[in-house]
Design a protein around this ligand. Structure first.
Ligand code: SF4
Ligand code: ZN
Length: 761
């Protein structure tokens, strides 16, 4: 244990706890101890304090006891020659630092200093779901992100568990140059590692550097700018704490378990760029508590023995001493070192395109002003079609462009395009065609500067000026698809050939062919019902985070994350026969109405390690399926209304149950059966098997308006199916009803069918 580090960490911790005490005192005097405090859109209060101490802080005055606790953790400043430092002192100081830092951030929220204002700054956004509070729309322009909300935590959940997102990097400080800053972040993004950005060196932050270089920052690009001081780095550890509470089923106050969970399962590290001051040492000591090592690009003493962290605790890699022909190569080596030290598991497909490539770019938006050309959208047509062919008919790696490229098209113009992918493989089946075709969206989106929306014949692709300038052309779509299908689906696909059509006649021919295939597949899907198959599939992917949770996936009930339906699971099983998706032979039916089979019950016991004994596929009231943390919606009984409400993950408003999604999620998750509460994938809502044994879709009395809007076609079809074409209009939503009383009045007024249905329990 380096005595030097201990001294500086302890000094930094003392200073920060004192600062927090002063700030809190002042705030209590000015605003009053009962002033409500919270971080936006989280059910975990001030998450680090909540996790570490079990205290649910809701009022300013409650923070006093937190700081008392922090003060107790502080050790006197070491002095004298005989002082022998031990790691415990540094770790305690680190914990005290974290408690103080979260307190300070909380006080800053009261004074509107968080999220930190930054004039002209714009967070990357642009997904279909926007909410004024979650930073995804234009309403958030002009300041940094501040803490990550629960919505985002959960939507990243599935990527964290399936390994697409291997971990996170908390980057603190500023890089040697803007160029190096961009390179470091690009290297991390390329590996799909989340980048949390904070801190500064002499007033300059990596956030400034990236912003100046035009790097899009925000949830959509896996780069979250917390704030330009070191204290805001606390949000990274709040995120880590919430991962343990959300996915690990741990409870507030189980500090030791939460720290261990992170050490074992959350692949994170701290990258300190530039000079390390006392406060940074203290914060680093905080991170070491979580098992997150600290890598610095300056000369600092190292702590190499492995104990608390899996590998080294503190590693110094002075930037100018890194071997490399230039700074860019040094930046690359630095990132490489971080990954080695933390043991982050990374898979990257080598994709031969002239732009950076990785999942972190999937969410990038190409705005009209930055656009070179688009295919599809309002002014042109774009389609994509994947089909299987005999092995001999496919030339692997062949990419052909039939028709002109976009050189002749004016800037910001549009043209028609069809992407036709022909695959062959000994393990390939017809049923996998749509599964693979859907991947085109993710694969193409992975290229920086390319945006892909939609699928089939409503695909819509944009190429940015930046990407076009770097030489991105139509052929590259084929190169991407060839590389990614081999990398991700090599077990079922042996050969991949891609043809890009822009020539009008050929394009039309293929469009007609593609459309008849889409129709055929639609019919096949409609015919694919639970009673027509002999096996369902398990999904245990989330067990890496929620150890006892199993999704049972049937043709009419997809996984609760929305990412895996029955065909996906079947394909996944073929790709990886010992993987997370195993066939569950249904065997003897026990109760067709509620959805019990011998096979599913047996599997539920094994898969949940005995926690769950039976699972009813079609009921929320009796043995409902468990949930991990990444559900798209929560369905919950409203007893007074004789029905259920459906709350979307994107909905931040108050529900009639008196709780927001974030709070409800705490009840629904954790891998336990809770009758009356269920996490579901949103497409299960429109399935004929949706809580069919409890009365089906007519039980829905309230639903988030975002669902009504984004699924309006599907929901109208359900209303028809249920024989009540006006049904959706009879369902209340957040725009008109936020309490049970209002709900009951609404139902009376609109004559909701649940009023006259049998009692739900
Ligand atoms: Fe997790 Fe279920 Fe989705 Fe599988 S289907 S990834 S277990 S939520
Ligand atoms: Zn999950």
């Amino acid at each position: 244990m380096s005595r030097y580090i201990a001294t500086r960490a302890i000094r930094g911790a003392n200073a920060l706890v004192t600062e927090a005490e002063l700030m809190l005192d002042k705030a209590i005097k000015e605003k009053g101890p009962e002033t409500p405090v919270s971080f936006p859109n989280t059910a975990y209060y001030l998450p680090l304090i909540y996790g570490m101490t079990g205290q649910a802080i809701e009022q300013l005055g409650q923070l006093q006891s937190v700081l008392e606790h922090a003060r107790q953790l502080l050790h006197p400043m070491p002095s004298g020659r005989h002082w022998t430092p031990y790691l415990g002192e540094t770790l305690d100081s680190g914990m005290a630092t974290l408690l103080a830092a979260e307190t300070i951030e909380c006080v800053r929220f009261i004074y509107n200093l968080q999220p930190e204002p930054m004039p002209g700054f714009q967070l990357a956004g642009g997904t279909a779901f926007t909410s004024p509070d979650n930073g995804k729309d234009g309403g958030m322009d002009g300041h940094l992100n501040g803490p990550i909300d629960d919505i985002q935590l959960r939507s990243w959940g599935i990527q964290l568990v399936d390994g697409r997102m291997p971990g996170f990097a908390a980057i603190v400080g500023a890089a040697k140059s803007n160029e190096v800053a961009v390179k470091i972040v690009r290297e991390l993004q390329r590996r799909n590692i989340l980048c949390f950005l904070s801190g500064n060196v002499n007033g300059r932050s990596i956030i400034h550097q990236l912003n100046e270089e035009g790097v899009e920052l925000g949830y959509d690009t896996y780069t979250v700018p917390f704030g330009t001081d070191t204290i805001s780095a606390i949000y990274a550890l709040g995120f880590a704490t919430r991962s343990a509470l959300t996915f690990g089923g741990l409870k507030a106050g189980q500090a030791r378990d939460i720290l261990l969970y992170n050490r074992e399962r959350v692949f994170a590290f701290v990258l300190a760029l530039g000079e390390v001051d006392d406060l940074k040492y203290a914060a680093a000591a905080g991170a070491i508590n979580f098992g997150f090592p600290v890598i610095a690009d300056t000369v600092i003493p190292e702590i190499l023995p492995t104990g608390v962290t899996r590998y080294e605790h503190v590693v110094s890699m002075p930037f100018n001493e890194i071997e490399g022909k230039d700074d860019l190569e040094r930046a690359e080596r630095l990132v490489q070192k971080c990954i080695e030290v933390r043991g982050v598991k990374v898979k990257v497909a080598d994709v031969p395109v002239p732009v950076p490539y990785g999942s972190a770019f999937e969410g990038e938006v190409v705005r009209k002003a930055d656009m070179r050309i688009e295919f599809g959208g309002k002014k042109s047509r774009c389609f994509e079609y994947l089909y299987m062919a005999p092995l001999d008919d496919v030339t692997d790696g062949k990419v052909e462009v039939v028709g002109p490229g976009f050189d002749e098209v004016a800037s910001q113009g549009s043209m028609d395009m069809g992407i036709v992918v022909k695959v062959a493989g000994r393990q390939m089946q017809d049923d996998f065609e749509p599964v693979l075709e859907r991947q085109i969206h993710y694969f193409i989106n992975g290229a920086s500067g390319i945006q892909h929306i939609g699928q089939r014949d409503i695909a819509w692709i944009r190429i940015s000026n930046g990407a076009a300038d770097k030489g991105f052309n139509l052929e590259h779509f084929g190169k991407i698809l060839h590389a990614r299908f081999h990398a991700d689906f090599g077990a079922i696909v042996d050969k991949v050939q891609v043809t890009i059509y822009t020539e009008p006649e050929k394009l039309q021919e293929w469009l007609t062919e593609a459309r008849s295939a889409y129709d055929f597949r639609n019919k096949r899907l409609a015919d694919l019902t639970d009673d027509k198959v002999e096996e369902f599939y398990s999904c245990t992917l989330c067990q890496s985070f929620a150890p006892n949770h199993v999704c049972v996936v049937s043709p009419e009930r997809l996984g609760l994350c929305g990412a895996y339906n029955w065909l996906d699971c079947k394909a996944s099983f073929n790709i990886n026969p010992t993987g997370p998706n195993q066939p569950i032979k249904l065997g003897k039916s026990i109760d067709t109405l509620k959805g019990y089979w011998e096979g599913t019950n047996d599997y539920a016991k094994i898969g949940s390690h005995g926690v769950v004994q039976e699972v009813a596929m079609y009921s929320i009231m009796e043995n409902p399926m468990t949930a991990c943390g990444c559900f798209e919606c929560i369905v919950m009984l409203i007893p007074e209304a004789n029905g259920v409400m459906v709350v979307s993950r994107e909905d931040t408003s108050m529900t009639p149950a008196g709780m927001t999604f974030s709070t409800l999620a705490g009840i629904a998750g954790g891998g336990l059966q809770t009758p009356g509460v269920m996490g579901v994938g949103k497409f299960y809502l429109v399935s004929p098997k949706f809580i069919s044994s409890d009365g089906g879709f007519k039980r829905v009395v309230w639903m988030s308006s975002v669902l009504k809007e984004t699924m309006s076609d599907e929901l109208s079809a359900v209303a028809e199916r249920e024989g009540d074409p006006d049904l959706i209009g009879k369902i209340a939503d957040d725009r008109n009803v936020t309490s049970v009383d209002e709900l009951l009045a609404w139902m009376e007024e609109h004559n909701h069918p649940a009023l006259v249905m049998d009692p739900i329990f």
